[in-house]
Structures are given as structure tokens and as C-alpha cells.
Design a protein around this ligand. Structure first.
Ligand code: SAM
Length: 442
């Protein structure tokens, strides 16, 4: 049976995942499929004092954050955010926070688990402010309680709330925590992760694919809860399932399968998993060898159509379906991390020739592993464009304006499809400045 959610999406039956989100009408690439506010979120330790704990805006020299004078552990951009969080949950957490953060239980947790421990505490404080009996009525929270539980049942950490109510609350907290593993999101700005958040409507709707046709981005607006926008990566036809990636599609297929099975309880049957159902066992030839050089040239030809020189935006999709067997070693789990490490180091240290030698095969590999318009493709193309531009400025003979323009064209297509997200400026502003430097109309 079909259940309408909005003009864009409806829910249909799924044989094992309860429901699936389906396009209620044709959706264009780049369109916002849904926009939903966070029910609750917690910053990573590294973002504490840098971002407002409530709305996530960054501190600046003109807009400094002020810390809560009660606990000195939560920071706000103004009284509006502070008052909202105080009323929602901080009045119940504040007095306990310092004892909690220094407790042996909290100290022994991983960074990921610490963030979730505070998140479950916030949720409990907000919706069971008087202990476990009285539940605050809220549509978003009801949707959260209707979410599927994680198959990997993990014990809920102790809560950061008054000691007296702790033992009675733990069973209820477990009920909340059981939904964390397969529903919570990692928030990012320009692809840098900075928080965990709960977006019940998005969790209720979207199943996973390693070749998704949509991605989540986060919108930060002063004094408002952070929002998730789900964006179409490509045109989606009416009736097609809309999917998100629950993990990085570029991970080796055996790593993806294992993570999806243990954290989410399903065996992925997406196109990518059914084509490359095992990670390549063949180790690629060593860097510097002629064999690897030839393999990278073959990859370049396969994706970009030419053995080198100027790159044109690849128009195809699903390259993994027709990839020649000779390229299989490049799917080995060691290849992608090694080549991206070389690129980052070389471009950072000004070794432009080396960076521009490994950068294009890395870009080709991204086209192979990621779906059309996947943000990582655009971010790497932008890095390549900046590296090629810096090389021109430093008179490195192997770089040309055509190269910069070609990388910029790819970056533009992908990053404009994604649109503004996270903190202001960022990649879209870098694109604009680089185009300006090239003398292009911006
Ligand atoms: C965030 S929920 C997705 C929404 C869910 N379909 C619903 O009706 O509430 C995540 C859960 O959906 C199921 N799921 C998600 N993607 C799936 C897929 N590709 N194949 C099978 N099950 C999937 C798994 O049980 C997973 O733990």
C-alpha cells in the first residue's frame, strides 16, 4: 500500500526493510527532495567551543560564542540558542555534566560513543523530563520511536542526568539507544564531520544503496536547529526508489557488506554489490613500476576517453558494469588510500608534478566507485584544479590552463548540483575565486 509523504515522496512496502521511499513524481538532479530539522544533535569534542551547541554556527572574531556559566561545557552564539537548549534539555543536564565527563565510564568510551552518550542523555532529558513515566508529546519524537531498532543491540551508556532517577531511567534510555545504531547521522560541513544528529523523518524514509541517487547535506542557520536537505544526485523518475549511502561507497565491497550486515542487519543487493561482490584480492603493482603506470593510463582511457592530456567531463554512469578485468587490481583495498595519501601530501607540500601525476587517476577512480555527481568527486576535482593553478603560478611546465578549466568544469557540475551546505563560503566560493583568477565570467 502506498502512503503519501509529500509532493516528492511516498512510502511503499519493501519485502525486508518494512518500507521504501519512492519518487512521487519526476525529480531533477540537484532538487531538494525533503528538508527536515534535527530532533537533537551533539558536537564532536573537536568542535566544542568552535560551534554553537544549538545551531552549529561557527564562532568568529565578530561573533564570539559564550559558554554556559553553569557547566562551562556548552557554548552558544546568543541568548536565543541558549534559552531554547536550556528549556529543551540543558536544565536537566547542566549540573551533572562535569561529574559525568570525568567519570571512568565516560572516559573509557570512544569518541563516537561519547557523542552518542550525550545524545541519548539530551533526548531522555527532553522527552522524559520527570523520569520515565511522563513523555512529552511531539510528532518528531513519535516518528523516532517508530523507527526500526538496530540489529546489533549495544548496552546504553549511563545517562548524564540526576543520580536519583538514573536506575529507573535506564530501561527507557535503552529503548531510545536501541534506535541509534541504524538511524543516526554524522553531520558534516564541506565533507568534514563535526557532530552526530537525529533526523527521524529522514531515517523513516530512506534505505541504503552503495550507488545512491541522493545524498544528505546539512544547512546551518543562526538560531535555528540544523537542517538536513536530501538532494537528488541525478534525475530520478517517478516510481523509482530514493536511496542514501549509509557509508562511503568507495570502501571495498567486503568492508561495506560486513558493516551493513553487522550495523544494519541486511545483505546489500544494490547494483554495485552484485557486480563487484568481492574486494579484489590482487595487490596492484608497486608505485613507480611500468605495470602500474600502464594500468593507470588504461583507467584514464576508460573513464576520460584519452590516454592523458585534457580531460573532458565523463558523461557515462555505472562504469563498474563495463570495467575491463585488467583494472581489477586498482579495486584492491590498498590502492585508493595509498594514492589519495600521495596526492594530499604532494599537493600540500608543493610537489606539484607528483600531485598532478597521481591526481587524475584518483579522479578516474572516483568516477568508477561513486555515482554521478557524488560530492567527493567534486571536492577532489576542485583540489586538482587548485593544484594545477598553483603549478602554473610556480611555472611547472606540465600544467596548463586547459587542465585547470577541465577540473573546474567537473568540480562546478558536481558542487553546484549539491548547492550551498554547511558553513558559508567553502568550496563554492573557492570555485568562484578560481574562475575569476582564470578570467572566466562568474
Ligand atoms: C534508516 S532505516 C530505513 C527505513 C526503513 N525502511 C523503515 O521502513 O523504517 C534502516 C533500516 O532499513 C533496512 N534497510 C535499509 N536499507 C536496506 C537495503 N538496501 N536492503 C535491505 N534493508 C535495508 C535495514 O533494516 C536498516 O536497519
Amino acid at each position: 500500500m502506498e502512503q503519501s509523504v509529500s509532493r516528492e515522496v511516498c512510502l511503499e512496502h519493501h519485502p525486508t526493510a518494512r518500507n521504501k521511499a519512492v519518487a512521487a513524481r519526476s525529480l531533477n538532479a540537484g532538487s531538494v527532495i525533503i528538508t527536515v530539522p534535527a530532533l537533537s544533535s551533539v558536537l564532536y569534542q573537536s568542535a566544542k567551543g568552535q560551534r554553537c551547541d544549538a545551531c552549529h554556527r561557527l564562532s568568529s572574531s565578530t561573533d564570539r560564542l559564550r559558554k554556559c556559566t553553569g557547566c562551562a561545557g556548552y557554548w552558544y552564539c546568543g541568548t536565543e540558542c541558549q534559552t531554547k537548549q536550556w528549556k529543551a534539555h540543558h536544565r536537566i543536564i547542566c549540573k551533572e555534566l562535569n561529574r559525568y565527563l570525568t567519570s571512568p565510564e565516560y572516559q573509557s568510551m570512544s569518541e563516537h560513543d561519547r557523542v552518542d552518550a550525550l545524545l541519548v542523555s539530551q533526548l531522555f532529558a527532553q522527552f522524559f523530563p520527570n523520569g520515565q513515566e511522563e513523555r512529552v508529546q511531539d510528532d518528531q519524537f513519535s516518528t523516532f520511536m517508530d523507527l526500526m531498532k538496530s540489529p546489533a543491540r549495544r548496552q546504553c551508556p549511563p545517562l548524564c542526568i540526576k543520580r536519583g532517577t538514573l536506575s529507573a531511567s535506564q530501561a527507557k534510555a535503552q529503548d531510545l539507544y536501541d534506535r541509534f545504531g541504524n538511524n543516526n547521522f554524522i553531520l558534516h560541513s564541506h565533507l568534514n564531520s563535526y557532530a552526530h544528529g537525529i533526523f527521524p523523518q529522514a531515517s523513516r524514509l530512506f534505505n541504503h544503496s552503495c550507488m545512491p541517487n541522493a545524498v544528505a547535506k546539512y544547512i546551518i542557520t543562526p538560531s535555528e536547529p540544523v537542517r538536513m536537505d536530501v538532494i537528488a544526485l541525478r534525475n530520478i523518475v517517478e516510481g523509482e526508489e530514493i536511496t542514501l549511502p549509509y557509508l562511503d561507497p568507495a570502501l571495498p565491497s567486503n568492508v561495506r557488506q560486513e558493516a551493513l550486515r553487522s550495523n544494519y542487519g541486511f545483505a546489500c543487493k544494490c547494483d554495485l554489490c552484485s557486480v563487484t561482490n568481492v574486494a579484489s584480492p590482487i595487490v596492484p603493482p608497486p608505485r613507480g613500476s611500468e605495470e602500474l603506470e600502464n594500468m593507470e593510463i588504461a583507467l584514464h582511457i576508460f573513464i576520460f576517453g584519452t590516454p592523458g592530456g585534457t580531460i573532458h567531463i565523463p558523461r557515462g554512469t555505472n562504469y563498474y558494469r563495463t570495467m575491463p578485468d585488467t583494472l581489477t587490481p586498482l579495486l584492491h583495498e590498498s590502492y585508493l588510500p595509498a594514492i589519495s595519501e600521495i596526492f594530499s601530501r604532494a599537493s600540500h607540500e608543493g610537489q606539484y608534478e607528483e600531485a598532478l601525476h597521481v591526481g587524475p587517476p584518483l579522479l578516474a577512480l572516483y568516477f568508477l566507485k561513486y555515482p554521478l555527481n557524488y560530492p567527493q568527486i567534486g571536492m577532489h576535482a576542485l583540489e586538482l584544479a587548485k593544484t594545477a593553478w598553483n603549478a602554473i603560478v610556480m611555472n611547472v611546465p606540465t600544467s596548463s590552463r586547459d587542465d585547470v578549466q577541465a577540473y573546474l568544469a567537473i568540480a562546478s557540475q558536481v558542487l553546484n548540483n549539491l548547492g550551498p551546505e554547511g558553513d558559508g563560503d567553502g568550496p563554492l566560493e573557492e570555485l568562484r575565486l578560481l574562475k575569476q583568477a582564470l578570467g572566466e565570467n562568474v
